[in-house]
Every structure is written in structure tokens, then in C-alpha cells.
Write a protein that binds this ligand. Structure first.
Ligand SMILES: *[C@@H]1O[C@H](CO)[C@@H](O)[C@H](O)[C@H]1NC(C)=O
Ligand SMILES: *[C@@H]1O[C@H](CO)[C@@H](O)[C@H](O)[C@H]1NC(C)=O
Ligand SMILES: *[C@@H]1O[C@H](CO)[C@@H](O)[C@H](O)[C@H]1NC(C)=O
Ligand SMILES: *[C@@H]1O[C@H](CO)[C@@H](O)[C@H](O)[C@H]1NC(C)=O
Ligand SMILES: *[C@@H]1O[C@H](CO)[C@@H](O)[C@H](O)[C@H]1NC(C)=O
Ligand SMILES: *[C@@H]1O[C@H](CO)[C@@H](O)[C@H](O)[C@H]1NC(C)=O
Ligand SMILES: *[C@@H]1O[C@H](CO)[C@@H](O)[C@H](O)[C@H]1NC(C)=O
Ligand SMILES: *[C@@H]1O[C@H](CO)[C@@H](O)[C@H](O)[C@H]1NC(C)=O
Ligand SMILES: *[C@@H]1O[C@H](CO)[C@@H](O)[C@H](O)[C@H]1NC(C)=O
Ligand SMILES: *[C@@H]1O[C@H](CO)[C@@H](O)[C@H](O)[C@H]1NC(C)=O
Length: 720
């Protein structure tokens, strides 16, 4: 287990301007978006209402801050390393070696089952993402004593997230005095600092009875999977320190050092005093300096809180942050892809589907649009990171290139380490082997599945292809050239020519998409064979477009891959699997990638469409449905759509087991915590496909939607 993001990605690129389509939009975009503004009248104990920008997110309770519940403040830049285990040095860490397994008789070195468990665990736990701090309200009595206020003491609490401007507002009263809080996050991408703007309005301010507290938790590798709250606020002094630097009544700084990493929190804005509560904890109280007045007019107080890795000279004002948030969010809603399935639809589920689309669009931009590939739970809480495809491919179809290009650059960034993994560590003659789970340096996280999984390998080819479709220039071709070449080289090298059958086999050893087969016997998995063929086809076209020779090995492998394994009229998970695997829960309780043969993937050479459809339908009846989770539902929908069954496609998207909460957070279910964002990313991918269609789909209307749906879409690209 690891919190990590998967490797997959590519070059940093300048952001292209996409023409504003709002002005001539057929859809009342603002009206539709605003219909789904989440409104709460009490805190949800497990999911926050968030603001953020993809690299940073701030999760709030009913007060639009973190007053009663310590929801998290997470970023894509806030990492730390734990100190090394006793007697372990950095060179011991660098010298970590896993295990050697045979690949068709050749020993290959992998990062798992190393003989030093302590070092292996350290490599799994580090670096880990830090909860940058907590901000809440402090209530004082008329003698300046801190009052013990609980959420039950608030009267008429109401919190609303305004999706169109990315701001949250809470109102409530306490002791007959009303309080209004409005917050927004800095919206443009910054890889080192991010800011929260807070605007408070209440009579209690001028009476010196309302202020803020800040608190800083200890975080380490053990909090890597903490949900919904990350880190410990009780570990007062042992391993971390905070120091306050008071600069002026308008600007103050707190440094937080955990092991050898320091984060800096800067307060900036209206006059205030700040003090540490005592020397044991890491809690600070911030009180406004406001003249006591006799009027009953509400006083106002604004402050920005900037989290960063170092001090900045920035003196951001709250009003600038609010303005920026309005502009960036309006641009996002106005310019990217947009889908209206609500207006004019007669299916009663249209409202729920529209809600999921809008809220997923919001949450993806807050949580899954950073410089590094996202965690499964985005920036809501900590969780492991993988499946970059499901998290991020939708950005390409919804034309949010500025957001996708932030992270897809990792393919170029991780190319050297992936070449080294392939050729130096594992002894392959050529190519780059992409890791499944990695860290900001590109290192593969130790683990058997992480090291033997195959399906992450072709992903960069898909991202490259979508980018080329949108930006069909030589520049795009050249930007991806090395990644495409090294990716395909390893795919060709890994395919093993079987002298007795005269075809190229994939594996063993290998893990399939569902990660539930035995790696040493897993050979020629159906989905992976098809994905190899599809990926190599893209790589060939890439070289053709560049006017360069296509390596013969790619052509040989693509044309002579083992046939997809078949039995009694359906495809099988892998060649040699028990024929009755359909009735064995060991094989029918996880991701049903067989339905991806025609749906997620377009038809590959030699695919029998009738058999692919029969296979999908057999999955529907034989897989344990209560075990479907997350992206399985959109994958099932995409398969139904491509197989010409749009009624079923809609049923899968709205399956009772595929749930999104009131804030749009996809429910994790029994296997993973909520939110499980691959559910949202895959939903948006499926919606794009079902509206704009796919290569070869009928053009006349949204081909994945059945009668009863009036679907209007703008600026959405087709699925391959
Ligand atoms: C953690 O340590 C690794 C070396 O093991 C180093 O590459 C990385 O930069 C460190 N990260 C942080 C956040 O300190
Ligand atoms: C503090 O760090 C040491 C090692 O650096 C570790 O053994 C200990 O568990 C940590 N304490 C806490 C409370 O996390
Ligand atoms: C660290 O190494 C020293 C010297 O080899 C040894 O005496 C000590 O017990 C070791 N400590 C731990 C915690 O392993
Ligand atoms: C797979 O084969 C390797 C030898 O190549 C062996 O060491 C390992 O234990 C086997 N793993 C399993 C899960 O059978
Ligand atoms: C605050 O009040 C709540 C409910 O009345 C109580 O459970 C809690 O222990 C109190 N906390 C403190 C610090 O007094
Ligand atoms: C709140 O106001 C109402 C009427 O305005 C009054 O009856 C009540 O006593 C007040 N409560 C407090 C706690 O001041
Ligand atoms: C379908 O939706 C579009 C866009 O919202 C709307 O203009 C049109 O009137 C709707 N058609 C029907 C039949 O309601
Ligand atoms: C060659 O392919 C056959 C049929 O798939 C398989 O049984 C055999 O194990 C393969 N040979 C080797 C050496 O892997
Ligand atoms: C083959 O599939 C048919 C349905 O298509 C089924 O009725 C039959 O039992 C299957 N045969 C075997 C041997 O599994
Ligand atoms: C399906 O999975 C559920 C757990 O989600 C389990 O309780 C049930 O027994 C399984 N059904 C079958 C037929 O295996």
C-alpha cells in the first residue's frame, strides 16, 4: 500500500487559449451550474465542502473553515520525508534491492520482497503528503475567555458553495448575533504557495469576541492513508516545532518544521494580533484589531492565509483572491467542454446525472488538476495513487488542456528513471518501463502488483494521441517522440516470441487490470493484448507522421501478438485460466476489464465484435455486481454504448451501487475511503464518449444516449 501517484505523463507546454465559447453557447451554462450549488445545514462528518485549484485544496465544515472538524489542507507540493530508521543511512536507502524473478528463464530484478523490510517500509511510506494546517473560528466571551462552542450551538447554519465563482459562504448566528464567513482559494496554479482568503462579517468582531485559530498537525508515513482527517493534532512537541515571527499588525509568519522539512504559513490582511496558546501545542489565536463601536453595523475583517514552502514577499489581499477566483472559475465553466443532459429530457434520472456531471467537473478541477498525478482521494484526504488514465484522460475530451498539461509532463520527466528501470534494473534491451505507483522523483513504490502490472504501460500513447488530435503540429509530435518511442520499445521488448506457437506472448510474470490472478501463470491477458496492439498502432502512426522509420520490432510484435484467449464463444481473462472462471469468485470480484475490449478500447485488429458483446453480457450476469466499484461503472457504460445498447449504458452510469454524495464526492464503498475520484474521472470520460461519440460512431446525435434524453454538448472531443 502506498499513497503515490501513478507514473504517466509528458512535457511541460505553454497553455493554449481556447476561444471563449460561452458567448455563443446554446446552453445556459451559468444557470445549469448554479442549480447544483451544494447547500448544507450541518457538517458532513466525512466529506468536506472544498475550495482549491488542483494543486491545493482546503476542506471545510459547516463554518466554511475547519472549526469543528479538522478537514484537510493538502497540496501537490507539500511533501516530507520521515527521519530514517535507526542505523539506516541514506546510502542504505539508495542501495535498496528487491527480489529477482524469472522472466522466461531470465532473472529480472523488481522492487518488492527486499530482505530489509525496514528500508522497504520506509520507501513505501516516503515521501508523504503533509496536512498544511487547520484554520477555525474562535469564540470569546465578554471577558476574553475562550468559549467552548460546538456545532450544536449554531443557530440556522447554512453553507453554500457557489460553483460559478469557487467561493463558499456560511451564515449562522450565535447568541443572537449573526456571523457570515466567505472563503475562496487562490486559483491560478502555483507550485510552491497557495492562499486562502477569509472574509468575516459580524458584530462579534468589534466586540473582540470572534477570531481565528490556526493549528498544525504532526504528519508522517503512518498518516499516508488517513481519512477523513490527516495527521495528529495531539502529538504536541515530540517531532515537530512551530515558531512565530511577528512582523507587523498586518503580516505574520509561522514556520512549521516536521523532521527536516519546513513549511511556512503567512497571515496577511486587516490588523490583527496573533499569539501562541501555550508552548506545548502548535495552536495559535488570531484576533482582529477593530475599534469598538456603538453601532449595530456588522464589522468586517479580511485576512489571507498563505501556505508555502518558503516565505514569500507576496502581500495578497483577500479581495484579489476573491476576484481571481471568480474569474478563473467563470473561465473554466465558460470555456471548457459542457454537457446539458437535463433540459428537455424525459428520463427522471436526468437531474441526478446532470448533478454528477457538474459536481464532478468542480471537484476534478479542485482535486485532480495538479502538477503531479492525483491521489485516489485527490486533495480531500490521503490515499494511494494510481490509475492516472481514469483520473485524467477526461481532461483531453473536455478540452481542459491547460489543466491536463500540468501533469501529463511527468512522462517526459520520468523518462530517464523509467529507461533506467527497464534497461539497468531489469535488463531489457530497450525502452522505458513506466511505474504504476511512484513519487515526485519517479521511483517505483515497492510492491509486487506495482512492479508487475502491465496496463499502465500504453497510457502515454493515449495521452499523446489525444493531444495530437487537438494540436496536430510537428511540435506536438516532437514533444512526445521520445516518450512514444521508449514506451513502444519496451512493449516490443517485453513481448516474448514463443518458438512453439510462433506468436508473441505477454507474461508471465504479469498482473492483469483486476490484480487478482497469480502473476507466474498469467499469460496473454485479453485486455492487455488488445491494449498492446492498440498502443503499438498509435506508436507506428506517430513515427509515420514524423517521417521516421517504424522499428521492425513494433511491427512484428503488433502483427504477431498471441490471439485473444477464447472459450465457448467468449473471451477469457487470460490464456490458460480455468474454463469455469466465470463461476469462480476469485476471478469475478474485481475490475471486469474484459468489457474494456470494446468500449474503453476501440475494436483492435482481429476483435470479433459479436464475441466482445457476448463477453460483456456474460460479465453482466456472472460478475459479482456488488463488487463493482468506482470506474467499473463508467467502463461498463462505455462498453454498452459501443455495443449499441445505450439504455444499458445509462443504467450502468446510474447504477444504485455507484453513488455520489451531496457535495458530489464519489462514494468509496467497502474497499476504499470516500471520495474515490477515479469514479468522477471515468464518469466524465464516459459522458464525453456518450455525447460526442467515438471514432466510427454515428454522427447524428449523442450516440450513447437512448430515447428520452435531450443531450446538448459543446467543445467535447470524441473518444478514440
Ligand atoms: C525525500 O528523500 C528522497 C531521497 O530518499 C529525496 O529524493 C526527496 O527529495 C526527499 N523529499 C522530500 C520532500 O524531502
Ligand atoms: C518521532 O520520530 C521518531 C524517529 O525520528 C519516531 O521513532 C517516533 O515514533 C516519532 N514520534 C511520533 C510521536 O511520531
Ligand atoms: C545500531 O548499531 C549499533 C552499532 O552497530 C548497535 O550497537 C545498536 O544496537 C544499533 N541500534 C539499533 C536500534 O539497531
Ligand atoms: C514466481 O516465480 C519466482 C521465480 O521466478 C518465485 O521466486 C516466486 O516465488 C513465484 N511467485 C509466486 C507468487 O508464485
Ligand atoms: C465542550 O462542550 C462539549 C459539549 O458540551 C463537551 O463534550 C466537551 O468536552 C467540551 N470541551 C471542553 C474543552 O470543555
Ligand atoms: C435573542 O433574541 C430574542 C428576541 O429577539 C430574545 O427573546 C432572546 O432572549 C435573545 N437570546 C439571547 C441569548 O440573547
Ligand atoms: C434540448 O436542450 C437544448 C439545450 O439546452 C434546448 O435548447 C432545447 O430546447 C432542448 N430540446 C427540447 C426538445 O427540449
Ligand atoms: C508457448 O505457448 C504455449 C501456448 O500458449 C504455452 O503453453 C507455452 O508455455 C509457451 N512456451 C513457453 C516456453 O512459455
Ligand atoms: C457455452 O455457452 C453456452 C451459452 O452461450 C452455455 O449454455 C453452455 O453451457 C456453455 N458451455 C460450457 C461447456 O460452458
Ligand atoms: C458478492 O460479493 C458480496 C460482497 O460484496 C458477498 O457478500 C457475496 O457473497 C458475493 N456473492 C457471491 C455470489 O459470491
Amino acid at each position: 500500500m502506498t499513497d503515490r501517484w501513478i507514473s504517466d505523463g509528458l512535457l511541460i507546454v505553454t497553455v493554449k487559449c481556447i476561444p471563449n465559447s460561452n458567448s455563443n453557447s446554446q446552453i445556459d451554462r451559468q444557470g445549469l451550474v448554479s442549480l447544483y450549488n451544494p447547500i448544507r445545514t450541518s457538517s458532513n462528518p466525512t466529506t468536506p465542502i472544498q475550495i482549491g485549484n488542483g494543486n491545493f485544496a482546503f476542506g471545510t465544515d459547516i463554518t466554511s473553515l475547519q472549526t469543528f472538524l479538522p478537514f484537510n489542507t493538502l497540496s501537490s507540493w507539500g511533501w516530507k520525508n520521515d527521519s530514517l530508521p535507526p542505523n539506516v543511512t541514506q546510502s542504505d536507502i539508495s542501495a535498496y534491492e528487491g527480489v529477482s524473478w524469472l522472466n522466461h528463464g531470465r532473472p529480472v530484478q523488481y522492487d518488492f520482497n527486499g530482505n530489509n523490510k525496514e528500508i522497504e517500509q520506509w520507501l513505501i511510506s516516503n515521501p508523504n503528503r503533509v496536512n498544511l494546517g487547520r484554520i477555525g473560528l474562535v469564540f470569546l466571551d465578554d471577558k476574553n475567555g475562550v468559549m467552548n462552542v460546538t456545532e450544536e450551538d449554531l443557530k440556522n447554519p447554512r453553507q453554500i458553495l457557489d460553483l460559478w465563482s469557487g467561493t463558499i459562504t456560511s451564515t449562522f448566528s450565535i447568541q443572537n448575533t449573526s456571523i457570515t464567513i466567505k472563503v475562496a482559494s487562490s486559483s491560478s496554479s502555483s507550485s510552491t504557495t497557495n492562499t486562502i482568503a477569509i472574509h468575516l462579517k459580524s458584530n462579534l468582531l468589534s466586540k473582540h469576541q470572534l477570531g481565528l485559530f490556526l493549528d498544525f498537525p504532526w504528519c508522517d508515513g503512518t498518516s499516508k492513508f488517513n481519512a477523513p482527517f490527516v495527521g495528529s493534532f495531539d502529538n504536541f512537541q515530540t517531532n515537530h516545532t512551530t515558531t512565530l515571527q511577528t512582523l507587523s499588525p498586518f503580516r505574520n509568519i509561522i514556520q512549521h518544521t516536521l523532521d527536516s522539512t519546513t513549511f511556512v504559513t503567512t497571515l496577511n490582511g486587516d490588523a490583527h494580533t496573533i499569539q501562541r496558546n501555550d508552548l506545548i501545542n502548535h495552536k495559535y489565536t488570531v484576533l482582529p484589531h477593530i475599534q469598538v463601536t456603538n453601532t449595530n453595523h456588522d464589522s468586517q475583517w479580511t485576512l489571507t492565509v498563505t501556505f508555502g514552502k518558503s516565505t514569500t514577499d507576496q502581500t495578497l489581499q483577500a479581495k484579489d483572491i476573491f476576484k481571481e477566483s471568480e474569474k478563473v472559475w467563470e473561465d473554466y465553466w465558460s470555456n471548457g467542454g459542457f454537457v446539458d443532459v437535463l433540459t428537455g429530457s424525459t428520463d427522471t434520472r436526468a437531474n441526478e446525472l446532470q448533478r454528477r456531471i457538474i459536481l464532478s467537473r468542480y471537484l476534478m478541477r479542485v482535486n485532480e488538476a495538479g502538477d503531479t498525478p492525483p491521489q485516489e482521494s485527490g486533495l480531500v484526504n490521503n490515499g494511494w495513487v494510481q490509475m492516472y488514465f481514469w483520473h485524467s484522460a477526461h481532461w483531453a475530451l473536455w478540452n481542459n488542456w491547460d489543466l491536463l498539461l500540468r501533469s501529463s509532463s511527468i512522462y517526459n520527466r520520468f523518462l530517464p528513471t523509467s529507461i533506467s528501470r527497464s534497461q539497468i534494473q531489469q535488463g531489457w534491451p530497450s525502452g522505458a518501463r513506466w511505474p504504476k505507483m511512484t513519487d515526485p522523483s519517479g521511483r517505483s513504490s515497492p510492491g509486487q502488483i506495482n512492479n508487475l502490472l502491465l496496463w499502465q504501460q500504453p497510457h502515454p500513447l493515449i495521452f499523446a494521441e489525444y493531444e495530437y488530435r487537438s494540436f496536430p503540429t510537428r511540435e506536438t509530435l516532437e514533444k512526445w517522440e521520445n516518450v512514444v518511442r521508449e514506451t513502444a520499445d519496451w512493449m516490443a521488448a517485453f513481448a516474448w516470441f514463443n518458438e512453439s506457437t510462433k506468436v508473441y506472448d505477454l507474461g508471465p510474470p504479469a498482473y492483469v487490470v483486476s490484480e487478482d490472478t497469480s502473476p507466474n501463470v498469467t499469460q496473454n491477458p485479453a485486455f492487455e493484448l488488445a491494449y498492446w496492439k492498440f498502443g503499438l498502432g498509435i506508436a507506428e502512426k506517430w513515427m509515420d507522421a514524423l517521417g521516421k522509420n517504424v522499428p521492425q520490432s513494433w511491427i512484428d510484435v503488433k502483427n504477431n501478438l498471441a490471439p485473444l484467449p477464447v472459450d465457448n464463444g467468449t473471451y477469457m481473462v487470460y490464456e490458460g485460466i480455468e474454463k469455469n472462471f466465470w463461476d469462480d469468485p476469485a476471478y469475478t470480484s474485481d475490475h471486469p476489464a474484459l468489457v474494456g475490449l470494446h468500449g474503453w478500447l476501440p475494436p483492435t485488429d482481429g476483435l470479433d465484435l459479436a464475441m466482445a458483446k457476448a463477453t460483456a453480457e456474460k460479465v453482466w450476469t456472472h460478475w459479482n455486481r456488488t463488487e463493482f466499484w468506482g470506474w467499473d461503472f463508467p467502463m461498463l457504460a462505455m462498453s454498452a454504448a459501443r455495443n449499441g445498447e445505450p439504455d444499458r449504458a445509462i443504467d450502468w452510469l446510474l447504477d444504485p451501487l455507484f453513488q455520489f454524495d451531496d457535495a458530489g464526492m464519489p462514494i468509496g464503498g467497502t474497499r476504499v475511503p470516500t471520495p474515490y475520484f477515479p469514479g468522477s474521472g471515468s464518469l466524465l470520460l464516459a459522458i464525453a464518449m456518450m455525447t460526442a461519440g467515438w471514432d466510427g460512431s454515428k454522427e447524428e446525435k449523442a450516440p450513447g444516449f437512448p430515447d428520452g434524453w435531450n443531450v446538448t454538448f459543446e467543445n467535447i472531443n470524441k473518444l478514440l
